[in-house]
Design a protein around this ligand. Structure first.
Ligand code: ATP
Ligand code: MG
Length: 335
């Protein structure tokens, strides 16, 4: 069993706070971007409703979960009630219609894990991906957004972690590193585990929101305006949290035995989930339980090579936060 190293945080950590907050602020999308997104959405809505009058468009992913940077692509889900539709057919038809409406770079990727149509709107310059009936992603987007409303430090921490991951090249799922979605779940879990806790466990509370999607019951307490001030007993600064986050993933997480779980607000054992051996391509080298699809490990993309890359990057970041006189430069240095 791995030794859990306890390291005392440097005493001048709060000196880094202003610089980290400035980076966070610089990544927030400006209001005019939101307006452009709305404009594009309205256009797409008009096109879609011609062919599928009962259908609805939902924005999910970073443009809707509040963890999106400026200039992100939009992820859109086309929800069609009719259970008998063929997704590929819908996507090909949609691609046709978008093309005739002068949208650019229209491409239907019907064989992808999540089949999509890609497009670029020349009017606003925004790119987007449209998928069909991926309602679970719309629901987990809402969960992330609701968590972000409880304590601003979640959004700040997740922005810094995502920015670090993108700068260091460890946010590329097809290369075996983690998705942005996985990093945000790691941040939520981390803040649930602080003492005093900075975030509650919404799925452990009396549900006020409940939907069943693909036979999965998604229920949690979503009246988050009632929870503002939840984390106020914990006064830790952003800098301190960034330091502790990397310290946790570098030296304290038990990769051999532990699964992090936002759903329960705790750590589960790999044994209890039967995630102890490789099955197919699921190696479970870093285990992050999806909050709703509980058999889904978001670490499944990580292989024996990329786990080393990831852990070395966590250690590098922890080292920089602990020792570097000017961590904000080194931390985000392009790889
Ligand atoms: P970025 O800023 O990097 O575009 P993003 O928030 O859009 O970040 P992605 O990882 O691209 O994050 O995922 C987009 C959305 O797709 C997530 O918010 C989530 O709803 C859904 N999603 C992504 N990966 C998974 C997954 N493995 N399982 C379930 N849902 C997922
Ligand atoms: Mg995205």
């Amino acid at each position: 069993r791995m030794l859990k190293r306890q390291i005392a945080c440097r005493s001048d950590i709060n000196r880094m706070n202003a610089a980290l907050l400035a980076i966070y602020e610089s990544l927030i999308p400006p209001e005019e971007e939101k307006a452009k997104q709305k404009q594009l959405l309205a256009l797409l809505d008009k096109i879609v409703s011609k062919e599928w009058p009962g259908a609805r468009l939902y924005v999910y992913g970073s443009c809707a979960n509040s963890f999106g940077f400026s200039k992100s692509d939009i992820d859109i889900c086309l929800a069609i009630e009719d259970a008998n539709i063929d997704k590929s057919e819908v996507l090909l038809k949609l691609a046709d219609m978008l093309q005739s409406d002068n949208l650019q770079d229209v491409q239907a990727l019907t064989r992808a894990r999540v089949p999509i149509v890609k497009l670029m709107d020349p009017e606003t310059g925004i790119s987007c991906d449209i998928c069909v009936n991926n309602v679970l992603a719309v629901v987990n987007t809402k969960l992330l957004r609701d968590y972000a409303h409880i304590d601003v430090r979640l959004r700040q921490l997740a922005f810094i972690v995502k920015h670090w991951a993108k700068s260091r090249g460890v946010n590329v799922t097809y290369q075996g590193t983690l998705s942005s979605y996985a990093y945000v779940l790691m941040c939520i879990h981390f803040l649930q585990q602080r003492r005093p806790a900075i975030l509650p466990c919404l799925q452990g509370m009396q549900p006020t929101y409940s939907v069943t999607v693909d036979n999965i019951e998604c229920a949690y307490f979503d009246k988050v305006e009632k929870l503002c001030g939840f984390g106020s007993h914990n006064g830790e600064s952003l800098a301190r949290l960034v330091w502790a986050f990397f310290n946790y993933w570098a030296y304290c997480h038990d990769y051999a035995n532990d699964v992090i779980s936002v759903r329960t607000g705790s750590i589960l054992s790999k044994r209890a989930k039967d995630w102890t051996r490789r099955i197919g391509n699921d190696r479970h080298l870093i285990c992050i339980e999806d909050p709703f699809e509980v058999s889904h490990d978001l670490g499944r993309v990580v292989d024996k090579f990329s786990i080393r890359v990831l852990r070395e990057e966590f250690e590098r970041a922890a080292e920089i936060m602990q020792c570097d006189p000017n961590p904000c430069v080194k931390l985000f240095e392009p790889y």
